[in-house]
Ligand binder design. Structure first.
Ligand code: XBP
Ligand code: MG
Length: 229
């Protein structure tokens, strides 16, 4: 019996990473750092989850030091939320319909994300015109866990807050890091690859489909209906 859907945010609910990349680059310029992350750079750097961890990984790559990463990341988050509030970003196909179905059928909705909570609030305001806590019953995000994806911590936190066993839930992800995190938490994982993760290895996914528009809640609720793409 499927009792809850646990959504990843970036790349799963919406194609947000180009907005993140712009917020990073605009912050680097504001801080007069001669750093610029191209799409190719960002594809590589996205393997490191978490914005602060990603900046640190970049600094190791280029041998940089002496940057207050937490302060720079706060500036980036302020820019990201402003870009999100400016509008123009839609949910990925099928996301709103699946969430509406889940609400109608009494299937609970949760978030398990590496991104920062203000970013979840900004996305919910922009895409649902509501505070995040009105859209998702449970939210596990960003620095609430010490070990970010692919560690299972954020999915374990979401399960704990839901008070449900993994077998009654389904994780929805776009990235290999997210797939590994959710699998290690004991969850079945439905993967819808995003623009930045299309070439990743999704071995172990319960289902792999182009978007959530390709499925229905009843198909997700019946494990026997699972088909490996
Ligand atoms: C994707 C991430 C995040 C975002 C940037 O999170 O790894 O780090 O790229 O957001 P998700 P922050 O688990 O939702 O796919 O700068 O706030 O980390
Ligand atoms: Mg993601």
């Amino acid at each position: 019996m499927l009792e809850a859907l646990i959504f990843d945010v970036d790349g799963t609910l919406a194609e947000t990473e180009e907005l993140h990349r712009r917020a990073f680059n605009d912050s680097f310029a504001e801080w007069r750092l001669d750093w610029y992350w191209s799409r190719a750079d960002y594809t590589r750097l996205l393997k490191t989850t978490g914005g602060k961890e990603r900046i640190a990984a970049h600094m190791v790559e280029i041998g940089a030091s002496g940057v207050d990463i937490a302060a720079l990341h706060r500036a980036k988050t302020a820019r990201y939320t402003a870009l999100m509030e400016a509008g123009g970003l839609d949910l990925r196909p099928g996301v709103a319909a699946l969430m509406d179905d889940a609400r109608a059928q009494g299937v609970r909705l949760a978030i398990a994300t590496t991104t920062s909570r203000p970013n979840v609030e900004a996305l919910c305001a922009a895409c649902f015109d509501a505070p995040a806590s009105d859209v998702f019953e449970v939210i596990a995000a960003g620095d609430e866990v010490a070990a970010k994806k692919p560690a299972p911590d954020v999915y374990m936190l979401a399960l704990e807050r839901l008070g449900l066993p993994a077998r009654r839930c389904l994780a929805l992800e776009d990235s290999r890091n997210g797939l590994i995190s959710a699998m290690q938490a004991g969850l079945r994982v439905l993967v819808t690859p995003s623009a930045y993760t299309a070439s990743e290895d999704f071995t172990g996914a319960w289902r792999l489909i182009p978007s959530l528009a390709e499925t229905t809640l009843s198909a997700l609720a019946d494990p026997a209906a699972a088909i490996k793409e």
